[in-house]
Ligand binder design. Structure first.
Ligand code: ADP
Ligand code: MG
Length: 336
């Protein structure tokens, strides 16, 4: 694989089909708003873009989640007494039946437990980070340069292993993850960076399609999904352009389409607006918010004080490798 394609994160749905468009915006939105974590507190969640699920099923997932607790026992009873056939007319019951085969997705998208990361030289880059991000949350990570933000992102992607502590992402224990399972694990995480990391010699369409090719999506699905994602990021008209013919904001939107085309449940963004002017920065952040409202868990590292203060999201502030503040609807804390 080419050097500049290494960072492409892909997400595997069986058919390579994004649930973003077909998802349940209204329900996903209300869930993401209701879930203001008091960490660890259990609130019923919907599955706007649950991992590995084709878009067509995403709509029933919410019903399943809310129904499963109450209906589970009765369901089993019916099954035993041979009343299962009746359920074919009841979408909720029927969906519960299908879901029983799979483990429920984890409540938390990301869990870090007393994570320490020491590079070969110097003080630890991360020095005891504990953190939970629930599915469907939108979180900003802010902090001075060198406070450990990018190290945190690399640990979540399993580009690095922690020196101490545990990390779980999408229900996978990253520390115990076998090397050969890393590619599949990374399909559950979309990622964008400050420097876009597009394939320079390929056009917009091919840059996005590439992520689908990596997961061996069907040609038919690629032909549908890529234009859909380009429309979502407002670039449908520029599918033939090469990256150098685009503005920075447009390039980042291509990167975002590529990060999302395989429908990952988590999106990580490391200073996605670092190279953009204020107008384009706002557009990218609004897109990230929209994506989050459709069900994707979004974690954004940023220095953009104005946007952080305006968006009223959860803000985690890091300093010298530790979390110094974690606020719902937080603000950018002034450095002293
Ligand atoms: P941030 O993204 O918040 O600017 P980083 O996670 O990049 O911070 O860096 C945190 C600390 O770890 C810094 O002191 C940095 O110099 C150090 N660091 C980062 N990457 C490496 C590396 N590959 N080798 C050694 N030290 C590193
Ligand atoms: Mg950084």
């Amino acid at each position: 694989m080419r050097e500049d394609t290494k960072e492409i994160q892909t997400a595997g749905t069986a058919q390579g089909k994004p649930a973003l468009q077909a998802g349940t915006p209204a329900r996903a939105k209300s869930a993401s708003r209701s879930g203001t974590p008091a960490q660890g507190k259990s609130v019923p969640r919907v599955e706007g873009s649950s991992q590995g699920k084709p878009a067509s099923q995403a709509g029933t997932a919410a019903q399943v989640r809310t129904a499963s607790g109450a209906a589970g026992a009765g369901d089993r009873e019916k099954r035993r007494s041979g009343k299962v056939a009746e359920e074919t007319e009841k979408p909720v019951g029927a969906a519960v039946g299908r879901r029983r085969k799979k483990a429920a997705p984890p409540e938390e998208a990301i869990v870090l437990d007393r994570v320490v990361k020491t590079y070969q030289m110097g003080a630890p880059a991360l020095n005891g980070i504990s953190l939970k991000v629930r599915r469907g949350e939108f979180v900003f990570i802010v902090g001075d340069s060198g406070s450990g933000k990018s190290t945190l992102i690399k640990l979540l992607l399993r580009e690095l292993l922690p020196t101490e502590g545990n990390i779980t992402v999408n229900g996978t224990n990253v520390v115990r993850l076998r090397r050969r399972k890393i590619p599949k694990f990374r399909r559950g995480i979309g990622v964008v960076f400050q420097d876009f990391r597009l394939l320079k010699d390929r056009n917009v369409y091919d840059n996005v399609a590439f992520a689908q090719l990596v997961i061996q999506a069907k040609a038919r699905d690629i032909r549908r999904n890529v234009p859909m994602m380009l429309s979502l990021v407002g670039l449908a008209g520029k599918y033939k352009a090469k990256p150098k013919q685009l503005s920075g904001g447009e390039q980042q939107r291509v990167a975002l389409a590529r990060a999302l085309v395989n429908n990952p449940p988590i999106l990580l963004a490391d200073e996605p607006t670092g190279n953009l002017d204020p107008k384009n920065s706002w557009e990218i952040m609004k897109l990230l918010e929209e994506i989050n409202e459709k069900g994707t868990t979004v974690l954004v590292v940023t220095h953009n004080r104005e946007i952080v203060n305006a968006m009223k999201k959860r803000v985690i502030t890091m300093k010298k490798g530790v979390i110094v503040s974690d606020e719902e609807q937080g603000a950018y804390i002034d450095e002293d």
